[in-house]
Write a protein that binds this ligand. Sequence first.
Ligand code: G6P
Length: 616
Amino acid sequence: MCGIVGYIGKREAYPILIKGLKRLEYRGYDSAGCALINGEGTLSVYKTKGKVSDLEAFCSDKDCSGCVGIAHTRWATHGEPSSVNAHPHYSSSRKLALIHNGIIENYADLRKKLERKGFSFQSDTDTEVLVQLIEYVRLSHTPALPLLSAVQLALRQVVGAYAIAVLDKDTPGEIVAARKSSPLVVGIGDGELFLGSDASPIIEYTDKVVYLNDGEIALLRPDEKLKVVNLSNVEVTPEVCTLDMELGDLEKGNFPHFMLKEIFDQPACLRACMAGRLSVDRKNIILSAVVDHKERLLAARRFIIVACGTSWHAALIGKHLIESFCRISVDVEYASEFRYSDPVISSDDVMIAISQSGETADTLAAVELGKQKGAFIYGICNVVSSSIARATHTGSYIHVGSEIGVASTKAFTGQVMVLTMLALALAHEKKTISEEEFGKLCTELGRIPAKIEEILQHNDQIGLLARIFTYARNFIYLGRGYNYPVALEGALKLKEISYIHAEGYPAAEMKHGPIALIDSEMPVVVIATKNELYEKVLSNIQEVKARGGRIIALVTEGDTTISKLVDYCIPLPETMECLTPLIASVPLQLLAYHIAICKGKNVDQPRNLAKSVTVE
Ligand code: G6P
């Protein structure tokens, strides 16, 4: 939710800022803007409604020179998307310019207070309140406070979440940045410093970064050591980390969209996810978190999995896996509901937090709550060193590389893969799985990437199928057992990027309501692979057919029974039942992608969405 970039050094800032914003556009694309201080010390703010490309067009005839700058891409919270509400925001004197990711919860009170002091506001945003507050604090001291101190004192009055960067016309050789609950990374180059909401705008200039912690404020001066203080003005020694990120993941390569690239990346991603963990030869799975915390994990009275969106769907599959293989009870909770539900958590619970970005505000809050109540927290994240990854006691990264498309694809299969390995590794330790079955599953897990490669060969056929259904205004997705969450995820993918209303149901629940919706206009996607519930799903298919529904079925290769009954079939390679989600989700991702493309939608940046939801 909102992306922040900053640069200070010897190079021209503007091209670095624009490139950085493009990398961060997945975080929001309602408006974009930048602030630059040029060689004469002039502070200029340029901003516009729309995307980063609109900002570039807007800036094409402006003076964008200067070696100091900050820039922002916005996902609107307070105030509609417009150029007035776009960031950066000036203070009243126009000496300060500020960008912000987060929400200032007490902005209305602060605004009233500032209005009483004579401040007037141009925008409806909480962010403008913050920059005016900093100015007010600064000028209410004689002599006026240095920017760092003013930011520090102002932030003590602020309730809410923020990652901010501030420029001051009077001290053009510095940027002040601060964070609480929204991510912020400082890149350390040779005589230059970078800022980013994540490391993607920084990676091509330096691999040395500092992840700011909550309540920390950084003073970026290009020729000095990075200074970091906390809100109480205690100096903190910044921990410099080396980035582990592939530049290639940040580019589309030969693919027209990141989403398609990321769907096709899945075999390689899952191989990377299993590397060093799954040994097919020795029939073993080693997750370092399980090795290090075996006793604590096996002693769990129950597991609670918290997540949002696609990660929540992965959690449902995780529940099924852990309960089946480990015989440990698992609750799955929407993090957003969980945090306000006064949940019963005890110190013998293990909480698993699943988050691609590792920054989802609700999931992070659920983790903090779990920690307060004494639970042991296991993170399953993609972004290394993200807030959730750092807040947990242990965890397993999914290692699928940067995911840029807003609709999650490879992160979902990566999460399911980690959950599968976790369930199997725990079951093996607990001896709730036989050696024979464990061995079979290890072998079959190793084959999953190749099976996904087979599915990807059907891409063109799925593209043709999508054309037939582009007209549809509603879709139903049905699945049972392990495939029920796959149905939910398939429906979510379609909704997110094509704006077609779609619902996922457990197939047998259809009779209790959704069947009323079925007529010849209603496409129904059924995951009908050969498994224990096959015959039951077959009956559900008959029920849909009897009411004229048009069925697209995902079937096990060679299944002739279902292919005779349904309108269209997508064959899936045979696999073990509990591993079906890893392959069945792939054609559903492709179907959603192609339908959205046929409808002319922007699949990588669907309307109203953002990839990293750092606000409640
Ligand atoms: C947003 C994204 C989804 C994602 C969800 C949870 O809604 O658009 O794709 O599944 O957040 O994100 P997380 O990073 O916590 O997995």
